[in-house]
Design a binder for this molecule. Structure first.
Ligand SMILES: [Zn+2]
Length: 494
């Protein structure tokens, strides 16, 4: 039996996004808990689809004890401020030093955190933990599917298991995998690690593991993970980061360098052979509206329009209005859009009350260039306090706290809005406001891929729409300055 110090510090940083990520964003709750310290961490994360939750349950069932230090996460956005990173990192290290005697460390990290002063913030966090505990203590960190894995991360940690599913329905499962890996390392230290980069960026919307090519590539990664290979992962990376380590990697660890290299080489070659299959599949706003007009009534399920370039799960702000305005102009019955981040309009709707009509300036408050609010007379249909529990496979168990929410109607279009931004990836976000998504005809969602976990089974059809927003779907359009020569911004087709 071992005593394992555990902590979580998660952020996915879109370095192209305009809003910085300050300390307050880590302290406040959203779909996931507020910053939590010490033993309270266990109760706060229990039952939620989070790596740390899965790790704790599995580690305890393997007979280990855990020493919880702290856990926090913030919504994906621009660079983490120096104050936020240094404050949380310092507390994490201080708690680690005060944790008494322990045998190993587990960290719940993202792997694509960038701070004002650190392009590789996760690498630096891991390096500081390694310095604090010495060279022989096992350190295992689970990473997001979208980790941009750096040499510093690989050097500091014994193992870095990553999620294998996008939508991330396997976050808790990955934590459990990390516990099993750490359990093995405690008895048999790993002797080899591997880190290989791939030469092209994978667009987010092409990274979905419910479709090809990643459906089969992820299966292949799992089958290559067999003794003497302890862990082998393909991390597709987070393309919205102007850092040298941006991009997909193959990482792993084990007990035989040659066997590990062979397995990593096989996976690397399999991904390269499928490069062309990562090409983008997007439609314009005009095509989306034309398809919406043609879409039959809801019996076969809604037409879902994924507004990927404003996905708050990747650094967008869920408040761009180009697609929303086109839907309002089309005025198609049975249209619902959400979840728009607009605290001011939500407050006005609450002040007016259900049944009232109020003039609102909806969205476009985050300042994305060229965006203006949708100004309209809106009927207030339903109000909510933003507190409910996630029911879909991705946000399962998440105790949402999105502040005042409102459902309003502008003509035939209904709009769900919240006071805190959150990716529209769980049907509970709409049911909280009295909308049953399966019965909607046209459903605009501020999401790229995660929505597919919960909305996919009820959808009639899905189109990914290229409306203006701070999260360009095509990495080829991003103004990179630090990407190494030779790493292609988009997959080569054909
Ligand atoms: Zn991710």
């Amino acid at each position: 039996m071992a005593r394992i110090a555990i902590a979580g510090f998660q952020h996915e940083t879109n370095t192209f996004a305009p809003l910085a990520t300050g300390l307050a964003r880590f302290i406040e709750p959203d779909a996931w808990p507020a910053l939590v310290r010490g033993p309270a961490m266990l109760e706060a994360i229990a039952g939620i689809n989070l790596p740390a939750a899965g790790f704790v349950a599995a580690a305890v069932s393997l007979g280990h004890r855990v020493a919880p230090l702290l856990w926090c996460a913030a919504q994906p956005a621009g660079r983490v401020t120096r104050e936020a990173f240094e404050t949380i990192a310092a507390e994490l290290i201080a708690r680690l030093r005060a944790a008494g005697i322990f045998d190993a460390v587990y960290l719940d990290l993202h792997g694509a955190m960038v701070a004002d002063h650190l392009d590789d913030a996760d690498g630096e966090m891991l390096r500081r933990v390694r310095v604090a505990v010495g060279s022989r203590m096992p350190i295992v960190a689970s990473l997001d599917f979208h980790a941009n894995v750096s040499p510093a991360m690989v050097a500091a940690a014994d193992a870095l298991p990553c999620y294998r599913s996008y939508p991330h329905v396997d976050m808790a499962e990955t934590g459990a995998r990390a516990a099993a890996i750490l359990d093995q390392i405690l008895r048999r230290p790993v002797t080899a690690r591997v880190h290989r980069t791939l030469p092209f960026l994978m667009p987010l919307t092409s990274q979905c593991t419910l479709i090809e090519p990643l459906a089969s590539l992820m299966r292949e990664a799992a089958t290559l993970e067999a003794d003497p290979v302890l862990s082998l992962c393909l991390a597709p990376g987070f393309p919205l980061a102007d850092v040298v380590d941006c991009g997909p990697t193959v990482i792993g660890c084990g007990w035989d360098a040659a066997a590990l290299d062979r397995a990593a080489g096989e996976l690397h070659a399999a991904v390269l052979a499928r490069e062309g299959d990562f090409a983008l599949d997007l439609v314009s706003i005009e095509v989306a509206i034309a398809e919406a007009r043609r879409h039959p009534d809801s019996n076969g399920g809604p037409l879902i329009l994924a507004d990927t370039q404003d996905n708050p799960g990747a650094g967008g702000n869920a408040d761009t209005t180009a697609l929303l305005k086109a839907l309002v102009a089309a005025d198609l019955p049975g249209t619902v859009a959400g979840v728009i981040w607009d605290p001011d309009s939500a407050a006005r709707a609450h002040a007016a009350g259900e049944g009232a009509t109020v003039e609102l300036a909806i969205g476009a408050h985050s300042g994305y260039p060229g965006e203006t609010p949708l100004v309209a007379q809106a009927r207030v249909l339903r109000l909510g306090d933003g507190r409910f529990t996630g029911t879909g496979p991705f946000y399962r168990g998440g105790r949402f706290d999105l502040g005042p929410m409102a459902r309003i109607a502008v003509g035939s279009v209904e709009i769900a809005m919240a006071s805190r931004k959150q990716q529209a990836a769980d049907q509970a976000m709409f049911r909280h406001l009295g909308v049953e998504p399966a019965r909607v005809r046209i459903l605009q969602l501020k999401s790229s891929v995660h929505f597919r976990a919960d909305f996919g089974p009820v959808a009639g059809r899905v189109l990914v729409v290229e409306a203006p927003g701070p999260n360009p779907a095509d990495p080829g359009r991003l103004p990179f300055t630090k990407l190494p020569a030779g790493r292609r911004r988009r997959p080569t087709v054909g």
